[in-house]
Unconditional design. Structure first.
Length: 222
């Protein structure tokens, strides 16, 4: 039980305390429907958990040799490039989006609805976004020195079963935290879009800009 609690607490705290984690997912979640945004968090969380589990197992098997540190260090620059690409593609998608109000009558009561049109079909884009979130999460899970600190407790665990228990709890917390964040962000974006098309558009651009800025930091300062 102790390993479960420690692993879950470490995973949840690691995700919500990292601005780079949230920035990686924000451009996707801000452009999804309210009811579908949580799926992006699920895919990103699964990828991230798999990457960290890989680092944790290698660290335990190799007992802290330079091989794991090299893998993590080399992935940092790739994450920076991907964060910049995610943000740039998000900006492009938002610029292609056309939003307008459509007014009509229901039983003599006139009101308006917000309609959004995209430059490409919705379903293929949704699948691409999910796959991209999974891939970025996987790469992100192998990058950064902070991940090594998080999985260091595996060195103090004698059995493989104990390591698996700790990493499983960590992975569960990672997925749960990113699903909650993505769902919340999707709801905020949906509310802003219904409050005014410009608000939703601006929120999406802000998320994409944050992703590119943090990606630049990872690329040049990592």
């Amino acid at each position: 039980m102790e390993l479960l609690f420690i692993g879950f607490a470490a995973g949840f705290a690691h995700v919500i305390s990292g601005a780079d984690h949230l920035a990686a997912l924000a451009p996707f979640a801000a452009r999804r429907e309210q009811h579908a945004a949580w799926r992006l968090g699920l895919h990103w969380g699964l990828g991230h958990a798999a990457g960290i589990a890989l680092i944790g197992l290698l660290l335990w098997l190799l007992k802290g040799t330079v091989a794991v540190e090299w893998l993590s260090s080399g992935a940092e620059q790739l994450v920076g490039v991907m964060l910049i690409a995610v943000g740039a593609l998000g900006v492009r998608s938002l610029l292609l989006r056309r939003v307008h109000n459509h007014e009509h009558d229901h039983f003599g009561i006139r009101h308006s609805h917000i309609h959004t049109h995209l430059g490409q079909a919705h379903s293929p884009a949704s699948h691409k976004h999910s796959h991209a979130a999974l891939g970025i999460g996987l790469l992100h899970g192998t990058a950064g020195g902070t991940h090594l600190w998080v999985v260091l407790p595996t060195l103090a665990i004698a059995s493989f079963g104990g390591v698996a228990l700790y990493l499983s709890a960590y992975a569960l917390a990672t997925v749960a935290a990113m699903m909650l964040f993505s769902a919340g962000l999707g709801r905020v974006a949906w509310r802003l879009a219904n409050g005014g098309p410009q608000l939703g558009h601006g929120f999406g651009l802000a998320c994409c800009t944050a992703s590119m800025c943090i990606g630049g930091y990872w690329l040049f300062a990592g």
